[in-house]
Design a protein around this ligand. Structure first.
Ligand code: MRU
Length: 363
């Protein structure tokens, strides 16, 4: 996507060939800063500290991280160590394991001297594939928005609500939930997006809003608790969220608060879709509630708010009584029965094993 007139992806090889570069998402929306990852530890830190985040981008960064690790130690032990280090960074997004296993399977049979080069090539391919997948999601989701736009009276806009950031910053480019939105906007459809702020880390308020503003898509930031009210008033036509892991049976694990949006959507007859790249499907799981590990993040994210301070620096302010404990589950699971459909790169399907298998019979 364009940032100040220049095309960017979220991750790319450095021109000197010695590192990979990323957009430091902890600095957005206040500063656009890139960072250089030159070692395995740099890559692991970038994922853990959320300089990069969002399921597909976590996977892509991990693939590059294996390249960085293998450059330093391409032995079997080095490969195992790099894989384990990266896999331990974050637990919920399945794209992490998907990308790591894919690179390891590819390089393990090779002579150690050739492993790093092969890993680098595959990391590039994983990034290109992610963009192609998101183009597929855009094409699959666009007709949903066209249908809603066609049903509007002249001057009416299609109101889409989204939660967290499943935009281009969460993938390599284009985004998942935002892919159909950008496609619709670019096609001239009157789209407006309700952006959930997404406490505690506010990826909606700081990242999704920044993306949409940058691309000129009309949007409004709302507090997480406003969505149900807007749905009751008929001000939401469609919900599209991303996913960090979707089970083979169509349960959707996504940023905390997604489930509540799905409940409100069901109560108000608002269609609720998840944009699901196939790399986010965990074919080994059938029961999202019981089987998906939910990341517990630092309580500091709940007790403090980070943002632009009056002195121009970025810092945290305290919100809560010092003695009050806090809890910070980072994801929740929306059962398939509450999901109207899954927008994948191969088309839209119902959230069920039969629906997913119809689109992905060979997996
Ligand atoms: O904790 P994050 O920021 O890595 O959370 C992931 C997300 O951005 C969301 O859950 C998103 O909607 C799905 S990732 C495409």
């Amino acid at each position: 996507m364009n940032v100040s007139g220049r095309a960017y992806r979220t991750i790319w090889p450095a021109v000197d060939g010695a590192a990979v570069e990323i957009i430091d998402q902890t600095r957005l929306p206040h500063a656009f800063v890139t960072a250089r990852l030159a070692t395995l530890d740099d890559a692991a830190h970038a994922i853990r500290a959320m300089l990069v985040r969002g399921a597909p981008l976590i996977g892509a960064t991990a693939a590059w991280g294996l390249w960085l690790g293998l450059r330093a130690d391409a032995s079997d032990a080095g490969l195992a160590r790099a894989h384990a280090t990266l896999l331990a960074t974050r637990p919920t997004a399945v794209n992490l394991r998907w990308a790591l296993d894919r690179v390891r399977t590819h390089v393990a049979p090779l002579a150690p001297a050739t492993r790093a080069t092969a890993a680098r090539q595959l990391a590039l391919e994983i990034c290109d594939e992610d963009v192609a997948v998101n183009r597929g999601i855009a094409a699959a989701g666009l007709p949903l928005l066209r249908t809603l736009a066609a049903a509007k009276k002249a001057g009416g806009r299609v109101n889409v609500l989204t939660h967290c950031n499943a935009g281009w910053l969460a993938g390599v480019d284009l985004g998942m939930a935002t892919a159909p939105i950008y496609a619709a906007h670019d096609a001239g459809l009157p789209i407006h997006v309700w952006v959930d702020e997404t406490r505690p880390r506010n990826q909606g308020a700081s990242l999704t809003a920044w993306e949409l503003l940058n691309h000129g898509v009309p949007h409004t930031i709302i507090v997480d608790n406003a969505g149900g009210h807007l749905m009751q008033r008929g001000q939401v036509d469609l919900v599209i969220v991303g996913t960090d892991r979707t089970t083979a049976t169509g349960d959707v694990c996504n940023k905390i608060g997604t489930y509540l949006k799905a409940l409100a959507a069901r109560d108000n007859g608002v269609p609720f879709y998840a944009a699901v790249p196939s790399s986010s499907i965990d074919w080994t799981l059938r029961d999202g509630l019981r089987e998906i590990p939910i990341e517990e993040r630092a309580t500091h994210e709940v007790t403090h708010l980070t943002g632009l301070l009056a002195d121009g620096g970025i810092g945290a302010v305290s919100l809560t009584p010092l003695g009050s404990p806090a809890a910070n589950p980072a994801f929740d699971v929306t059962p398939a029965r509450l999901v109207t459909g899954l927008i994948t790169e191969r088309g839209v399907t119902e959230a069920s094993e039969a629906g997913l298998r119809r689109l992905f019979p060979a997996v």
